[in-house]
Design a binder for this molecule. Structure first.
Ligand code: GLY
Length: 373
C-alpha cells in the first residue's frame, strides 16, 4: 500500500464527496488529480508570493511534465488579502485567462489563499471546480476541508462567502518544512481544537506527543490525519452549520474579535494565535458559568503554553483592546440570533457544546475581568 493510500480521508457529502490525500511529496500527484477531476482541463494556480517563491516552480514543473496549460495569480501574503479589492482583482484575473467553466482553480497556499481562491472559484462563471493544496498546518487541518470560502469585511471576519466544496484536497507534509515556527504553532492551535471539542483521547495523545509533532516525526502525519478525519466526520453530518459544525468554532468568537481589533495585522496576531487565546477564554468563561472545572482549564492552559501558544489577551503586542471594541466585533458574529450571543462552551476537555442564549452582559463582565488581569 502506498503512503498515499494509507493516508486517505474521505469527506462524505453524496455527489459532492471528495478525498483528502495526505503524504510526503503528494504534490507530485497534481496532474493525476486534475485529470481525474476534469480531463483536459487547464488551470489557474492562485497563490501568495511566499508560497510561490518556495514551491511554485515545483508545482508548475509537474503541470508542465503533463502538458497541462496553467496560469498563476499571485496575491500578497496575509489576512488583508481576504478583502473586496483583492477578491475583485483575482476574479478579473481569472476571467482574463479565458479559462472556461470546465477548467480548474487550484488554491495553493494557506488559509487566506484557500478561502479567497475557493470563493473566487464559486462565483466565476457561476462555479468552477477547485482543488485545495494547503501549504500551512492551519489550512491542512482546518480551512481547506469542509468548503467554507470567503473574505472579510470591515464589519468582521468571514462575513462574506459561501459553502463551496473542493473536488480534492492534497496535503503534502513536505511543504510544512518551510513554515516558520510561529505559523506552525498557529496551525497547531486548530489541531488542539479537535481534542478539546469532542476527542479527549486525541487531546491526551497530543499532551504526550506534541514534541514529535513539532519535530516533523510520524506523529505529525498522525495529528494531521486525525484532525482531517474529525473535521470530515463533523462536516459530513452538518455541511452548512445548521448544528454541530458550529463546535468547530470553539475559541473563534473571541478569536475573531481579537483579530478584528488588531485589524488583521499578522505582525500582532495570526488567526491560530487568536484561536488559542479564544479557546482559553472559552474554557475560562465556561468555568465562570460553573460548567468546566478549573483542573481542565489549567490542563488546556498548560498544553498551549508548552508549545508556546499565547493564552492571554495581554500577550498581543500593542495597546490592549477595550471591552466595547471586543463586544462590537462579537455582536457581528455569524452565530448571533436576535441579539442573544451563541458561544461554543465546554463541560470539560472533549465536551464542548453550543450555548445559544448567552446574555451580552455576561460576556462583557467576563471580558472586563480578563482585560484587567
Ligand atoms: N473552521 C470551521 C469550519 O470549517 O466550520
Amino acid at each position: 500500500m502506498s503512503t498515499l493510500e494509507r493516508n486517505l480521508v474521505n469527506v462524505e457529502l453524496g455527489e459532492r464527496s471528495y478525498d483528502i490525500k495526505i503524504g510526503n511529496g503528494i504534490l507530485s500527484n497534481i496532474s493525476q488529480t486534475i485529470k481525474s477531476v476534469s480531463p483536459n482541463a487547464r488551470c489557474v494556480v492562485i497563490t501568495d508570493s511566499n508560497v510561490n517563491r518556495a514551491h511554485g516552480d515545483r508545482l508548475r514543473g509537474f503541470l508542465d511534465e503533463s502538458d497541462i496549460e496553467h496560469f498563476t495569480i499571485e496575491v500578497t501574503p496575509g489576512e488583508k488579502s481576504k478583502s473586496w479589492p483583492v477578491f475583485q482583482q483575482v476574479v478579473d484575473d481569472i476571467l482574463a485567462t479565458k479559462l472556461e467553466r470546465s477548467d480548474l482553480v487550484i488554491a495553493f497556499g494557506g488559509g487566506v489563499v484557500g478561502d479567497l481562491a475557493g470563493f473566487a472559484a464559486c462565483v466565476v462563471r457561476r462555479g468552477m471546480r477547485f482543488i485545495q493544496i494547503p501549504t500551512s498546518l492551519l489550512a491542512q487541518v482546518d480551512s481547506s476541508v469542509g468548503g467554507k470560502t470567503g473574505i472579510n469585511s470591515s464589519h468582521g471576519k468571514n462575513l462574506v462567502g459561501a459553502f463551496y466544496q473542493p473536488s480534492e484536497v492534497l496535503i503534502d507534509l513536505d511543504v510544512l518544512k518551510t513554515l516558520s515556527l510561529r505559523e506552525f504553532r498557529a496551525g497547531y492551535a486548530e489541531v488542539v481544537k479537535y481534542g478539546l471539542i469532542k476527542y479527549p483521547d486525541f487531546f491526551s495523545w497530543l499532551e504526550g506527543n506534541h514534541q514529535d509533532v513539532f519535530a516533523h516525526e510520524d506523529a505529525l502525519a498522525k495529528a494531521i490525519q486525525t484532525s482531517c478525519k474529525a473535521k470530515a466526520e463533523i462536516v459530513a453530518a452538518d455541511e452548512t452549520e445548521a448544528g454541530q459544525r458550529a463546535l468547530l468554532n470553539l475559541g473563534h468568537t473571541f478569536g475573531h474579535a481579537l483579530e478584528g481589533y488588531t485589524a488583521y495585522d499578522g505582525a500582532r496576531l495570526v488567526h491560530g494565535e487568536g484561536v488559542a487565546i479564544g479557546m482559553m477564554l472559552a474554557h475560562r468563561f465556561s468555568n465562570r458559568l460553573n460548567h468546566c472545572s478549573m483542573d481542565d482549564v489549567q490542563r488546556v492552559q498548560s498544553h498551549l503554553k508548552a508549545v508556546g501558544l499565547p493564552t492571554e489577551i495581554s500577550e498581543i503586542h500593542g495597546d490592549m483592546p477595550s471591552v466595547e471594541t471586543l463586544m462590537s466585533f462579537i455582536a457581528q458574529d455569524k452565530k448571533v440570533k436576535r441579539g442573544a450571543l451563541t458561544f461554543i462552551l465546554t463541560k470539560g476537555i472533549g465536551k464542548s457544546y453550543i450555548a445559544d442564549d448567552i446574555p451580552p452582559s455576561e460576556v462583557s463582565g467576563f471580558l472586563t475581568d480578563q482585560l484587567s488581569k
